[in-house]
Design a protein around this ligand. Structure first.
Ligand code: ADP
Ligand code: MG
Length: 634
């Protein structure tokens, strides 16, 4: 019998579990029950498509047994079970990558991250010094025993087990100074924990409980008979099993919903908002939805699966029905229960189901309205929501060629340079001075830099507000919207801002005429990097800036360049704008007068590179740039 090693990642995680300073160790029971419940679900699902498996849903159950003499606690189920290979694969490795990194980064934080990464099973090691899993898989006539005392490894040996299913047997750790493991052997503790964490599990969770009762009074008992008591054990179902969404709302507290959410959807933070909806008419359904309080670690990756749990009259038919949620609301978690769906519906027929489409459309409106209500009534929570999922809403506006912009636009928020807080587009427009025509924005990854841009200061100096768009999707989103309530979006570094006074315009025109040759010389010096040199009369203290022409801005170019694939032709058309009243420009004029082409070339390069730096764009040849600056200093 050889010892098998855990995979490296699992080993580290296990180590963290064993030495956990985590105070909420009791959740191990929730994790094991949830696995048992999953195993029952799997067996049940299988029986729906494979009629040779005669499973009666009513027979599926989870059983808990504690034995104080041996210090063992056992959680059993008659679900699908595991083969030898599955024991090895499922309990010897962590399925999902990234989980360990997260755990290690957050090692010192006392938060319930256990369970959300599919590391639930290992939580048994928080309370147990030895864990034995005896399992017999559906369709197999042999059983296997997996056993481990921790990081040293585990053993796999043949075992005896009469029925299909799994027993998880834990030998509890000895009590230590601050840790009372023995109380996990007490019936009332176990019953409490089941009520607390697993009440809505839809299979019975049973346990024998010791009770006492009065012995029946003997018929011949005399007047001096004193009642006698006896103890007996009785099998009790510990959970109520009634799904929370079927219960009367008035009976339920916020905590009930929060506990349900965290338990069912493996989260450690309370949801930001609970959405309940019961409709009758064209689409008859009950929905219980949640807006999570934080971004799931895999949310913006391909691994994330959107979807709502779908029930037909209280029976789970699909755990993650993706068709119920549009992508832009993919962060919503929850369940939908409808009486109009058939139990034997398959994934393929679901897609075509008109009932489902009705539900989807109705949910979409409901979610939108609830989010907007949160924005209006609970600003602080909405901002938390926005930081967690706002990006997805922006993708929603940008996606499908802007088809959903009308639905989603009033959910948008951006950081305001003037107010130094998040504002909605409606709020922006409300505060616009009468002479302001456009909604101004600056795009780039650093808000502090953006508000220092020459054009940002120009916009702000006019009393206009400026939206600081620091996410890569922002500008794409605004461009596809084009305007909001007839106010056009305007990138402060694209095209003419139209903010110069007539006098300033005239001055720029004159300067351009007077310096035609110099502008030409600068353009030549920059050799194709820019389309044009212009005089900008509103630059104040800044000698130079860059702007773009056409639909592709410099920031968009930057974003697109980061994407994989061919980025050829994805260049913005740049214009170098000069402050003709700046001493630096006088230096260029002097070089021109002296016929010093070399100097003009060098200064042009320098100015261009500076403009790139101000825009937060990389300079092509940093070494050459440094050299030029050094030459100046010598
Ligand atoms: P998760 O439940 O998130 O997948 P766990 O660490 O809790 O992660 O469990 C790992 C895997 O072990 C499960 O996905 C399942 O395949 C298997 N497993 C655990 N407990 C049982 C059980 N009682 N019956 C069948 N399979 C189980
Ligand atoms: Mg689990």
């Amino acid at each position: 019998m050889g010892m098998h090693q855990f995979k490296a990642e699992s080993k580290k995680l296990l180590d963290l579990m064993i030495n956990s300073i985590y105070t909420n160790k009791e959740i191990f029971l929730r994790e094991l029950i949830s696995n048992a419940s999953d195993a029952c679900d799997k067996l049940y699902f299988k029986s729906l498509t494979d009629t040779s498996i005669g499973v009666n849903k009513a027979d599926l159950k989870i059983h808990i047994a504690a034995d104080k003499d041996t210090r063992t606690l056992t959680v059993s189920d008659n679900g699908i079970g595991m083969t030898k290979e599955e024991l090895e694969k499922n309990l010897g490795t962590i399925a999902k990558s990234g989980s360990l990194d997260f755990k290690q980064e957050n090692q010192n934080e006392n938060i319930d991250i256990i369970g959300q990464f599919g590391v639930g099973f290992y939580s048994a090691f928080m309370v147990a010094s030895k864990v034995t899993v005896i399992s017999r898989a559906l369709g197999s006539d042999e059983a296997w025993k997996w056993e481990s005392k921790g990081v040293e490894g585990y053993t796999l040996t043949p075992a005896e087990k009469e029925d299909v299913g799994t027993d998880v047997i834990m030998v509890l750790k000895e009590d230590a100074e601050n840790e009372d493991y023995s109380h996990y052997l007490e019936e009332y503790t176990l019953a409490d924990l089941v009520k607390k964490y697993s009440d809505y599990v839809h299979y019975p969770i049973t346990m024998y409980r010791e009770k006492s009762r009065q012995k029946p009074k003997p018929e011949d008992a005399g007047d001096d008979y004193k009642p006698e008591w006896e103890t007996y054990t009785e099998l009790e179902t510990l959970n109520s099993m009634v799904p929370i969404w079927k219960r009367d709302k008035k009976e339920l507290k916020d905590e009930d919903y929060n506990e349900f959410y965290k338990n069912r959807f493996n989260d450690y933070t309370d949801p930001l908002r609970v959405i309940t909806s019961r409709t009758e008419g064209t689409a008859t359904y009950t929905a219980l939805l949640f807006v999570p309080g934080r971004t799931p670690y895999d949310y913006y990756t391909k691994e994330y699966e959107k979807g709502l749990a779908l029930y037909a009259s209280g029976v789970l038919i699909m755990d993650k029905c993706a068709d119920l949620l549009p992508d832009y609301f993919s962060f919503i978690k929850g369940i939908v229960d409808s009486e109009d769906l058939s139990l034997n519906i398959s994934r393929e027929t679901l897609q075509k189901d008109s009932q489902l489409r009705l539900i989807r459309n109705s949910l979409e409106k409901k979610i939108k309205n609830e989010l907007h209500a949160m924005l209006v009534n609970d600003r602080e929570k909405y901002e938390t929501f926005w930081k967690a999922f706002g990006r997805q809403i922006k993708f929603g506006i940008y996606g499908d060629y802007g088809m959903h912009k009308d639905l989603l636009a009033d959910l948008l928020m951006f950081f305001s340079a003037k107010e130094q807080k998040y504002v909605t587009l409606d709020e922006y427009i409300e505060k616009m001075p009468e002479d302001q025509k456009c909604i101004y924005y600056a795009a780039g990854d650093d808000a502090a830099r953006l508000s220092k841009l020459p054009n940002a200061q120009l916009v702000l100096s006019k009393g206009y507000d400026l939206l600081l768009c620091t996410e890569d999707v922002d500008e794409f989103c605004l461009q596809i919207m084009h305007n909001y309530k007839e106010k056009e979006f305007k990138n402060i570094n694209a095209g003419d801002l139209g903010l110069a006074t007539d006098e300033e315009k005239k001055a720029a025109e004159d300067a351009a005429n007077e310096n035609k040759d110099l502008f030409e010389a600068i353009k030549n010096a920059l050799n194709g990097k820019i389309k044009e040199v212009k005089a900008n009369p509103t630059l104040k203290d800044h000698p130079v800036c860059l702007s773009s022409e056409g639909g592709l801005s410099m920031e968009m170019e930057k974003v697109l360049r980061k994407m994989p694939g061919n980025t050829e032709g994805m260049e913005s058309t740049k214009v170098l704008e000069l402050n003709t009243t700046h001493p630096v420009f006088a230096a260029l004029q002097a070089a021109q007068a002296a016929g010093d082409t070399d100097k003009i070339n060098k200064y042009s390069e320098l100015l261009y590179d500076q403009a790139l730096l101000i825009e937060g764009l990389p300079i092509e040849d940093p070494v050459a740039y440094a050299q030029l600056v050094c030459d100046l200093m010598k």
